[in-house]
Design a protein around this ligand. Structure first.
Ligand code: 0A1
Ligand code: ZN
Length: 880
C-alpha cells in the first residue's frame, strides 16, 4: 500500500477532484466537490474462474452516458493493485485505453458501449482482506467501501447502480458451495471435477454490495414467511464443525425480519437470504445484498463458548445487517460522506430492536456507556469529525463511532421530538421517495421534516458541527435555566448553538414523586423554561433516557444525586445519578483539577448507596448489574481537560476495593444467591450471571487471597462461558497460584476454537495483573498469535490499549508496544493497523509524562517509510 499514488485528473468523481500536485502527497477528497458520474453501468456480468492461488475475472459492463453529467470521452474505471489483462470494447480488442495512476481510462465515442476486462487475482496473498481473499480454505469478498476495485476495473462509487449476473466456476471438491448476491439461476457439472453456478440479483446495487463466497461449507436452513405471504429460504453457512453453534443466529434473523415488518413496515425482497461466517474479517459483518458476510464472532454461539454478551452481539449484528437491506441497500448513499445516512439509521434501528428484545432500560444504559467511552473521546480529540464529514483521505478511517453511534443519537433526537408515530411517517416517506436511489443525509432530514411535520432547519447543525455540546442547568423557583456551549474541534473553531431536546422531570423532595415529564428544547446559547406546577425546592431530573448526546453540568443541592439514585422513576436517570456521585468521588480522589469532595460523594454515602442497590428487591439483576458497574476510565478522563489516567485508574480500583470490603457480606451473599440459579438464556438467569461476576470482582479487589479460591471454584463449576470467562477475568488480574492453573485449563479446553482462544488472549491483555506488559510481549510470541487474523490482533492489542493500567504504564512501554504493532501490521493490513492510532492520539489530553511519550510514538510512526494511506492519515491528524 502506498500513499504515493500518482494523482489523477478530475473527471467529476470527487475522488479525483482534488488531486494533490506534489508526488508524495495523499489526495484529500472533499464533500463539496461531488459531481455525478459521467457514465452509468446499468448492467454488469462477472465470470470468475476460481482458485485460491489464482483467480481470473472477466467482467462485461454495459455502460451508458449519464445525461445528467458533463460529457467526457473517457470512462474512468477505478482499480487498486490490479492490471488489465485484456480490454475489449464492443466485442473487439481495444487499443485506446490508458492508465491514470491506478485507474483505467477507456475512450468511448457514442452514447453507450460494452466493455469487457480481464483481471487476475491472487486471493491467498491478499492480507488486506479487501476485495477477493482466502480465509480458512474458502474464498470470500469484502467490497465496502472500495474493495470492488481490487477485483475488477469499475466506477467504484456508491451512486453507480447496476444489476449483477455472476457466474463462478471452480474445483467441486475445494469449492462445493458457490454463492453470490440475489437468486441462483443455474448450476452444473464441468469436466475435470469442476462445477459452476450462476446467480442473478434483480435489484440494482452499487459495487460495494457485491459479494461472492466459494468454499466447503454447510448450512443451517430455515424459512420465513413475509407479511405478504412470500416464503424466503434462509441459510447460515459455516464450516461443518461450527454447525451446532448457528441456531441463535437463525433465531435472531427471523426475529429481525418480523420486527422490521412490524416496526418500520419493511418486507424482505429476494427469495433467499444467505449469511456466511468467515474467520478472517476486518470488521463485524457486511450487508451485501442477499449474501451477508459475517465475522464468525457475530454468528457462532453456544452456551459453552459464548458469553451472554456474545449472544447479544450476535443478535444485534444479525439485526443490523438485515436492517441494511432497506436502510443501505434499497436506499443507498450517494457518496461516502453520506455514510451516516445508512449507518446512523441502521444503528438506531438495531438499538430499538434490541431494546424490544432485551428490555429498554438496560439496553439504553449499555448504548450510552459505549457512546461515552468511545465516541465522546473521539469527539474531543484530534480525530473529531461531524457525523457527515467534510473531507477524508482514506474512507475506511471514517467507519467511526461518531458516524455510527452519534449518527444514531442524532436520529433518536428527531424521534424524541416527533414522537414514535410521526417519526414512522417520516421514515415511510423517506423509503417511498428514495427507494432505488443513492440518497443524501439531506434527503433523509427533508423526509422526516415533511413526513413527521417537524422543523429541522437549525437541527441540521448536528450534521455539520463536531464536538459534544456541554449544557449547564440550574433550577430555581420553578425556573430551569439552561446554557450550551459546543467546543472547538479540528477545523471548526467557532460553533453555533445546537437544537438540544431534553426530557425533564421535577421531583418533590418530601414525597419522592414527580409531577410528570416534559420535553424542553434548548436551541439558543441560553434559555429559561418555567415550570408552573413545580413543587417548592424541587429536585431536577434532566436528559432522562439520555435524550441528547451531550455532557451535562447541573447545579445541585447536596443530597440531590443521592435522592435521584434512590427515587428517580426513569431507570436511566437513576443509574446516571449514581454514576455522577461516583465520578465526583473519583475525580476528587485522583486530585483532578477543580474537583472537590462533597458530602454526598464521600465514601460512607457511596457505601450506603451501593448497599441500597444490593438490597433493593424491586431491582432486577440485569439493572442491578448496570448500577454496580463503575464508570470506565476512558469516560473519567473525559471529565477533565488534562487527565492523569494512572491516578484515575488507581482511584477507581481503590473505590472498588473499598466497596468490596465494606459490603463484603452482601457481595458474598449475592454471589451465593446468583450461583444457585441454573443456566438458561432467560432474563433472570442472565441477570444472575451478570451480578455473580461483579460480586466476585468487588470481593477480589478487596481481598485477593480470599477471592482467588472463590473465583477458581466459579471457574471449575462453570457450565457456560459467561461464568467461566467472568471467573478467569478476575483470576487473570490476581497474582495468585489459581491464575496459572485456570489459564492453562482454559487454553487446553478450547484448543482449536478460535473465538474462545481470542478471549484467552484478551483476558490476559486486559488484566489488572502487575506484569501485564510482560504478559502481552510473551503472548505476541505465542504459537497461537497471528498478525494476519484481525480478531486475534484485536484480542491482544485492543484489549491492551483499553487497559489503562498497562497501556499507560509509567515506563512508556505500553505506548511503544502499540506503536510497534502499528508499524508491523501496516504493510499487512493497513485498515486494521490504522485503528490502533486513536489510543495514542489522545496525547494532548494526558498529563505529563504520558502526553509526551505518546506523541513521541506517533512521531516515530510518522517517520516510517511507505506508510499506508490509512495509517498516514490517522497519524498526521493525531499530530496535527
Ligand atoms: N457496512 C458494514 C460495515 C463494514 C464496513 C467496511 C468493511 O470493510 C472491511 C466491512 C464492514 C456494517 O455497518 O455492518
Ligand atoms: Zn452498518
Amino acid at each position: 500500500m502506498d500513499i504515493a499514488r500518482t494523482p489523477s485528473t478530475a473527471d467529476g468523481n470527487p475522488e479525483m477532484a482534488d488531486a494533490a500536485h506534489e508526488p508524495h502527497a495523499p489526495v484529500t477528497i472533499r464533500r463539496a466537490d461531488y459531481t455525478p458520474p459521467a457514465w452509468l453501468v446499468p448492467e454488469i456480468a462477472l465470470h470468475f474462474d476460481l482458485g485460491a492461488g489464482a483467480t481470473t475475472v472477466r467482467s462485461e459492463l454495459k455502460v451508458v452516458r449519464n445525461p445528467e453529467a458533463e460529457r467526457t470521452g473517457n470512462i474512468r474505471l477505478n482499480g487498486d493493485e490490479i492490471e488489465p489483462k485484456s480490454v475489449l470494447r464492443n466485442g473487439a480488442p481495444c487499443e485506446s485505453w490508458t492508465m491514470d495512476g491506478n485507474d483505467l481510462l477507456v475512450s468511448i465515442d457514442g452514447e453507450e458501449a460494452l466493455i469487457s476486462i480481464t483481471t487476475e487475482l491472487a486471493p491467498d496473498t491478499n492480507s488486506k482482506l479487501m476485495g477477493l481473499y482466502a480465509s480458512n480454505g474458502m474464498l470470500c469478498t469484502q467490497c465496502e467501501a472500495e474493495g470492488f476495485r481490487r477485483i475488477t476495473f469499475f466506477p467504484d462509487r456508491p451512486d453507480v447502480l447496476s444489476t449483477y449476473t455472476v457466474r463462478m466456476e471452480g474445483d467441486a471438491t475445494t469449492f462445493p458451495v458457490l454463492l453470490s448476491n440475489g437468486n441462483k439461476t443455474g448450476e452444473g457439472e464441468l469436466e475435470g471435477g469442476r462445477h459452476w453456478a450462476e446467480w442473478h440479483d434483480p435489484w440494482p446495487k452499487p459495487s460495494y454490495l457485491f459479494a461472492l463466497v466459494a468454499g466447503d461449507l454447510v448450512a443451517l436452513e430455515d424459512s420465513f414467511t413475509t407479511m405478504s405471504g412470500r416464503t424466503i429460504d434462509l441459510a447460515i453457512w459455516v464450516r461443518e464443525a461450527d454447525l451446532g453453534r448457528t441456531q441463535h443466529a437463525m433465531d435472531s434473523l427471523k426475529k429481525s425480519m418480523k420486527w422490521d415488518e412490524e416496526t418500520f413496515g419493511r418486507e424482505y425482497d429476494l427469495d433467499v437470504f444467505n449469511i456466511v461466517a468467515v474467520g478472517d474479517f476486518n470488521m463485524g459483518a457486511m450487508e451485501n445484498k442477499g449474501l451477508n458476510i459475517f465475522n464468525t464472532k457475530y454468528v457462532l454461539a453456544d452456551p459453552e463458548t459464548a458469553t451472554d454478551g456474545d449472544y447479544d452481539g450476535v443478535e444485534g449484528v444479525i439485526a443490523h445487517e438485515y436492517f441494511h437491506n432497506w436502510s443501505g441497500n434499497r436506499v443507498t448513499c450517494r457518496d461516502w460522506f453520506q455514510l451516516s445516512l445508512k449507518e446512523g439509521f441502521t444503528v438506531l434501528r438495531d438499538q430499538l430492536f434490541s431494546q424490544d428484545m432485551q428490555g429498554e432500560a438496560v439496553k439504553r444504559i449499555e448504548d450510552v456507556r459505549v457512546l461515552r467511552a468511545v465516541q465522546f473521546p473521539e469527539d474531543s480529540g484530534p480525530l473529531a469529525h461531524p457525523i457527515r464529514p467534510d473531507s477524508y483521505q482514506e474512507i475506511s478511517n471514517f467507519y467511526t463511532s461518531t458516524v455510527y453511534n452519534k449518527g444514531a443519537e442524532v436520529l433518536r433526537m428527531m424521534r424524541s421530538m416527533a414522537g414514535e408515530e410521526r417519526f414512522r411517517k417520516g421514515t415511510d416517506l423517506y423509503f417511498d421517495r428514495h427507494d432505488g436511489e443513492a440518497a443524501t443525509c439531506e434527503d433523509f432530514v427533508r423526509a422526516i421534516e415533511e413526513g413527521a411535520d417537524l422543523d429541522l432547519k437549525q437541527f441540521r447543525r448536528w450534521y455539520e458541527q463536531a464536538g459534544t455540546p456541554r449544557v449547564s442547568a440550574a433550577l430555581k423557583d420553578g425556573e430551569l435555566r439552561l446554557t450550551q456551549e459546543v467546543p472547538a474541534t479540528p477545523g471548526q473553531p467557532d460553533k453555533q448553538p445546537m437544537v438540544i431536546p431534553l426530557r425533564v422531570a421535577l421531583f418533590d423532595r418530601d414525597t419522592g414523586k414527580s409531577s410528570g415529564e416534559r420535553l424542553v428544547v434548548l436551541d439558543r446559547a441560553e434559555a429559561s423554561f418555567k415550570f408552573e406546577d413545580a413543587p417548592a425546592d424541587a429536585v431536577l431530573s434532566i436528559n432522562r433516557g439520555f435524550t441528547s448526546p451531550i455532557s451535562l453540568d447541573v447545579e445541585r443541592a447536596a443530597g440531590d444525586l443521592l435522592f435521584l439514585a434512590a427515587n428517580d422513576d426513569d431507570p436511566f436517570a437513576r443509574y446516571e445519578a449514581l454514576q455522577e456521585l461516583v465520578i465526583e468521588h473519583l475525580l476528587a480522589e485522583a486530585g483532578a483539577e477543580g474537583a472537590v469532595h462533597n458530602d454526598a460523594a464521600d465514601l460512607a454515602a457511596l457505601g450506603e448507596a451501593f448497599g441500597a442497590i444490593l438490597d433493593d428487591d424491586a431491582l432486577d439483576d440485569q439493572m442491578r448489574g448496570e448500577m454496580l458497574l463503575l464508570p470506565p476510565v476512558a469516560y473519567l478522563c473525559e471529565q477533565v481537560l488534562v487527565a492523569d489516567p494512572v491516578a484515575l485508574h488507581k482511584a477507581r480500583e481503590g473505590l472498588k476495593a473499598w466497596l468490596g470490603g465494606e459490603l463484603r457480606e452482601r457481595f458474598e451473599a449475592l454471589h451465593a444467591r446468583a450461583s444457585a440459579v441454573p443456566y438458561s438464556l432467560e432474563r433472570k438467569a442472565r441477570g444472575a450471571r451478570k451480578v455473580k461476576t461483579q460480586a466476585l470482582a468487588y470481593l477480589a479487589a478487596a481481598d485477593a487471597a480470599a477471592a482467588a479460591p472463590r473465583a477458581k471454584a466459579q471457574f471449575d463449576a462453570a457450565d457456560n462461558m459467561t461464568d467461566r470467562q467472568g471467573a478467569l477475568m478476575v483470576l487473570a488480574g490476581l497474582d495468585r497460584p489459581e491464575r496459572k492453573a485456570a489459564l492453562a485449563d482454559f487454553h487446553e479446553r478450547f484448543a482449536g476454537n478460535d473465538l474462545a482462544i481470542d478471549k484467552w488472549f484478551a483476558l490476559q491483555a486486559g488484566s489488572l495483573h502487575p506484569d501485564v506488559i510482560e504478559h502481552v510481549k510473551d503472548l505476541a510470541g505465542h504459537a497461537d498469535f497471528r498478525l494476519t487474523n484481525p480478531n486475534r490482533v484485536r484480542s491482544l492489542y485492543m484489549a491492551f490499549a483499553a487497559n489503562k493500567h498497562g497501556f499507560h504504564a509509567e515506563s512508556g512501554e505500553g505506548y511503544r508496544l502499540v506503536a510497534d504493532l502499528i508499524l508491523q501490521l501496516d504493510p499487512i493490513n493497513p485498515q486494521t493497523a490504522a485503528r490502533f492510532v486513536a489510543p495514542l492520539g489522545r496525547w494532548r489530553r494526558m498529563a505529563e509524562p504520558h502526553g509526551t511519550m505518546m506523541r513521541e510514538q506517533l512521531e516515530r510512526i510518522a517517520a516510517a517509510d511507505g506508510l499506508s494511506r490509512d495509517t498516514y492519515e490517522q497519524v498526521s491528524r493525531s499530530l496535527g
